[in-house]
Design a protein around this ligand. Structure first.
Ligand code: GAP
Length: 445
């Protein structure tokens, strides 16, 4: 069955699959859950690590002009004054006095009517700050207040000189970071799309003002290539939303890369020209110079910054939506009478399990396990011995395993195994000695 992206039942199916198969489920569920917080189970964790590793490799490790950073979640509270988050980072919200529901005004079709119960008995819209507050040290007063970071990029700005000096980088160069961010979203929704705790993968690229638009175009292209070539998103699944002239006063350009989720187009990533705003603000609030000395021109200036900023959780949600398929016709090909299979067609590089090793009978467990132990040194692998082979294939299809390696009684004699492809369901006989090389070629390492 072809996937219908406009079909909202897809979200229900995905949410249920994610819980059943241990990808993603509500945090603290035994206490009734906590809205906007999600736990990643074993397969979700493997997928998340693979996505982060792919981004890290693509944006940091394979470039000599981008360095890495791993900063703290809690910074000096002045960071958030300087960045403007304490003053301006908020949404207008209103409460319904009848049903007590709370709404973001910009998300209401009619700002005078409660979308929950239809009442017009609403409070006046109030500004609501999204920063999560905590206290550092034993005294819980305003002098000890601190904030969980609302974006991972601010520590990049304040550590700019540390990284530059330590790595002897000259402009242009970037600093990338992956980590948690926290926003007290009024209305978390659409599964993990809008959460209160989430992870971001951000890269701030520092350059000269006169070269900044060239770098903006460069990073825009690089990020689109990432989605098309690495995550395998198709042309009709992603689009660019250019902010046009709706820009912050310091910015020259900004765009969102959007993905077609089952609930409509949604922002996956922002590519932003941030001008010299952040470094200038931190210079003013800290009193420390954020200038760069350019030997070529023998001049000092504050570098201009181009940002690429994407949420890990939204990327994973997009990958799940993209991968989900129900496949009735092909089930018949394998001669099974059961209902259609559900299959997650993840790119093999990202699949939580890349190869499953399945002995046909429990009697074959020992030699099959030996192959499994070799394979798992190179790939994310799983050994599964329980249930019929058909059921085990279905289970692997549901978690998105691209290759199953079946060890049967003939394998004992001919030292060969059967390699089954998740997408074509084609099976080929392969010498057990060659399995690592064949998988490496197919998975694309
Ligand atoms: N430093 C710029 C910045 O944080 P943003 O547009 O607010 O920009 C960047 O966020 C990305 O972070 C978004 O495109 C999205 O992928 C992710 N993101 C933002 N808020 C989120 C939330 N509440 N839940 C999940 N992901 C979120």
């Amino acid at each position: 069955m072809a996937r219908d992206k406009s079909n909202n039942t897809l979200m229900e199916k995905l949410t249920s699959l994610c819980k059943r198969r241990g990808f993603i489920f509500h945090s603290s569920e035994i206490y009734g859950g906590i809205n906007g917080f999600w736990d990643y189970g074993p397969y979700g964790t493997a997928l998340k690590r693979a996505v982060e590793q792919l981004w890290w490799s693509y944006m940091v490790e394979t470039r000599s002009n981008v360095e890495g950073l791993d900063s703290t979640v809690i910074c000096h509270p002045k960071v958030w004054q300087a960045s403007g988050h304490l003053d301006k980072f908020g949404d207008m919200m209103t409460d319904c006095k009848e049903c007590k529901a709370r709404h973001r005004v910009d998300q209401m079709e009619d700002s005078k009517k409660c979308p929950n119960c239809g009442s017009d008995n609403l409070t006046e819209p109030r500004e609501f700050n999204l920063m999560m507050k905590t206290f550092v040290g034993p005294v819980f007063d305003e002098d000890h207040a601190a904030y969980l970071r609302a974006e991972t990029c601010q520590p990049i700005f304040i550590d700019f000189h540390h990284v530059r000096v330590a790595t002897r980088q000259k402009l242009p160069f970037g600093i990338g970071q992956i980590g948690k961010a926290f926003r007290n979203e009024i209305n978390p929704r659409n599964f993990t799309f809008r959460s209160r705790e989430f992870s971001q993968m951000e890269m701030e690229f520092f350059c000269k003002e006169e070269e900044s638009m060239e770098w903006y175009e460069y990073w825009k292209e690089e990020r689109i290539n990432f989605y098309k070539n690495e995550l395998k998103f198709k042309d009709d699944e992603i689009r660019i939303h250019d902010h046009g002239d709706q820009l912050a006063h310091y910015a020259k350009a900004a765009l969102d890369i959007e993905f077609l989720f089952p609930f409509g187009w949604g922002e996956l990533e922002g590519v932003h020209h941030r001008g010299t705003w952040d470094l200038t603000q931190h210079q003013e609030f800290s009193g420390e110079s954020m200038e760069y000395f350019d030997q070529e021109s023998n001049s000092k200036f504050i570098p201009t910054c181009i940002e690429t900023s994407v949420g890990v959780d939204r990327t994973i949600l997009a990958l799940l939506c993209n991968a989900y398929d129900e496949d009735k016709a092909e089930t018949k090909k394998e001669g099974k009478a059961e209902d259609g299979r559900v299959v997650l067609r993840f790119p093999a590089k990202l699949a939580p399990v890349q190869a499953a090793i399945l002995p046909l009978s429990k009697k074959l467990a020992d030699p099959a396990e030996k192959i499994y132990k070799d394979i798992r040194k190179h790939f994310r692998a799983e050994f599964d011995i329980t249930g019929s082979i058909g059921k085990r294939y279905r289970r692997q299809d549901e978690i998105g395993t691209p290759y199953c390696v079946t060890f049967d009684f003939d394998s004992l004699d001919d030292n060969s195994v059967t390699l089954r492809d998740r997408d074509t369901m084609a099976q080929e006989r392969i010498s057990a000695d060659k399995i690592i090389d064949v998988l490496r070629e197919k998975i694309g390492y």
